[in-house]
Write a protein that binds this ligand. Structure first.
Ligand code: 5GP
Length: 176
């Protein structure tokens, strides 16, 4: 089974997915490739496969990606080799989720939404990973992503984290 979990940056996808993986141990998270720089504490091959632009292009041309997209000036993609695992979870943005929907319509697609745009801004600032310019860029992308949530069969609003985690687990267990 393939689970695609998407939603704007800062919505809490990462935390929800970590909880999901603890609760449903048979799930495996695909390690994406990206051309962005590692953040402190991130490790190559664990958090992402960190690739140069040249290497990313080479792998696109080689047909190695299930999907790939540009996001805030950087490139991100899911390598087909990550799908060799069983019961895989992809954490990706909306353009990639659309590509997966075409390639693998059987995938379960879940959108994590913030309670409001203001709350999303507060969370992105609180996370402290990005500069104010990067936060503005991510919020601009987020607006477009929020407009796409109707394309998803499951929408989970991450207002209270424990409630959202329970709902995500319920959706996944029902599909399994
Ligand atoms: P971040 O830089 O915060 O790790 O990720 C930025 C955005 O890229 C997030 O919305 C994340 O879900 C998305 N992303 C991460 N990996 C992939 C991927 O393999 N494919 C696509 N399309 N998006 C990804």
């Amino acid at each position: 089974m393939l689970f695609v979990i998407t939603g704007p940056s800062g919505v809490g996808k990462g935390t929800l997915i970590r909880t999901l993986l603890e609760r449903v141990p048979q799930l495996q998270l695909a390690v994406s490739a990206t051309t962005r720089a590692p953040r402190p504490g991130e490790h190559d091959g664990v958090d992402y496969h960190f690739l140069s632009d040249v290497e990313f292009d080479r792998r696109v041309l080689a047909g190695d990606f299930l999907e790939h997209a540009d996001y805030s000036g950087r490139r991100y993609g899911t390598l087909k080799s990550e799908l060799d695992k069983r019961d895989v979870v992809l954490e990706i943005e909306v353009q990639g989720a659309r590509q997966v929907a075409k390639e693998m319509p059987e995938a379960v697609r879940i959108f994590i939404a913030p309670p409001s745009e203001d709350e999303l801004r507060v969370r992105l600032i609180g996370r402290g990973h990005e500069t104010p310019e990067q936060i503005d860029a991510r919020l601009a992308v987020a607006k477009a992503e929020l407009a796409a949530q109707d394309e998803f069969s499951h929408v989970i609003v991450n207002d209270r984290l424990p409630d959202a985690a329970d709902e995500l687990e319920r959706v996944v267990r029902a599909a399994l």
